[in-house]
Design a protein around this ligand. Structure first.
Ligand code: MRU
Length: 346
């Protein structure tokens, strides 16, 4: 699998996910504002991946700060982090990564600025490496929930491309296959950005895992016919009570799964849990340009001037989530207890 993001000397190279799978092109961010643009414009997307991008972006931005003393350096670093945190509102991993970077710098007030700059870069590298290890661990735990033979439905792309590598939901599928299980994947196409069709299908085909893309409105019908044994998705933010924000369309999949007696699992790192948010109603949901809805392949196919609504995420209430698969193990309801306990132990 092509790495989602990596250093290119002092710059950052990201695979341009808007172009996949037709073209493998690299977007090079030369300053932290390029990273903000890359996140906003979907060059890089997926909750853990934008967290990694923000951490690397802040390390890159920090290097360019001219201030030679701690106070002015920190003020500029905090201002950069505040700007980056606004890039996209829903995935909490973005803020989580920036806060982790700032905490490191805040604990180094007696160090020369150059030492802090080097430490920030090392911390961003750690966040990237840890993300891959965390996903592998999510995969190992999640594989135990997959029957020996299963067709698995997933929504959007929670794969290698959405993370530092390996993936969360797709990590579970990879790990199940590696454990010797026979897995097949149904990938919701995921309008309007088609992450399922373009990215999940691409990743699964590269991996040699059988995959069928289905229209977003087909999942219920396949479930009713008994052709899907479980659903696994990623998450952009999990509230303290277990409500889950994920790609728009996840909610209807979860409700349909419950109606059809199919387990609906969410695979996510602990960095996606936001204990400060009591429930899903308090999670900010990104509203994107309505033009994205009217377009197919970048061309408007609706009537000229038609209005459209484009929330990028929805909230799945905790009661539809059979379990949350984390790097520390599988969590079951009541999530207000199990999430709290796992975060306390982290
Ligand atoms: O708008 P996107 O493509 O950033 O949305 C991505 C998702 O909703 C993913 O399911 C989520 O971030 C989890 S990725 C491991």
């Amino acid at each position: 699998m092509i790495p989602t993001i990596q250093w290119d000397n002092d710059h950052i190279r990201m695979i341009d996910q808007r172009k996949l799978p037709a073209r493998v092109e690299w977007f090079v961010a030369r300053n932290y504002r390029d990273v903000i643009k890359a996140i906003q414009r979907m060059v890089i997307r997926g909750a853990p991946a934008i967290g990694v991008a923000a951490a690397m972006g802040l390390a890159m931005g920090g290097r360019t700060i001219k201030a030679g003393t701690y106070g002015p350096f920190m003020r500029r670093l905090q201002a950069m982090a505040a700007e980056m945190a606004e890039a996209r509102p829903t995935a909490v991993n973005l803020r989580w990564a920036l806060e982790r970077m700032l905490r490191l710098a805040e604990g180094m007030s007696l160090e020369p600025v150059d030492v802090i700059k080097a430490a920030l870069r090392a911390e961003a590298d750690r966040i990237l490496a840890e993300d891959i290890a965390v996903n592998q661990s999510i995969g190992r735990h999640g594989a135990s929930l997959v029957p020996d033979e299963a067709t698995i439905l997933t929504h959007c792309n929670a794969g290698s491309l959405a993370t530092g590598g390996y993936g969360t939901a797709l990590g579970v599928i990879r790990a199940a296959r590696d454990a010797g299980k026979t897995v097949r994947v149904y990938a919701d196409e995921t309008r309007p950005w088609l992450q399922g069709l373009r990215l999940t299908a691409y990743e699964m085909m590269e991996e040699g895992i059988p995959v069928w893309v289905i229209a977003d409105n087909a999942a219920g019908s396949f479930m009713r016919q008994g052709r899907i044994q479980l659903v696994v998705t990623g998450a952009d933010r999990i509230a303290a009570n277990g409500d889950v924000a994920n790609k728009i369309g996840t909610y209807q999949v979860a409700v349909l799964a419950k109606e059809n007696g199919i387990p609906f699992y969410v695979a996510a790192p602990l960095s996606t849990i936001d204990p400060a948010i009591p429930d899903g109603d308090h999670i900010p949901v990104e509203e994107r340009d309505p033009a994205e809805i009217c377009q197919v392949g970048g061309k408007c196919v609706g009537p000229q001037g038609v209005a459209a609504l484009n929330p990028a995420f929805d909230i799945t209430p905790a009661r539809y989530v059979k379990a949350i698969i984390t790097e520390k193990g599988i969590l079951y309801p009541p999530y207000s207890d199990t999430l709290k306990r796992v975060l306390e132990g982290a």
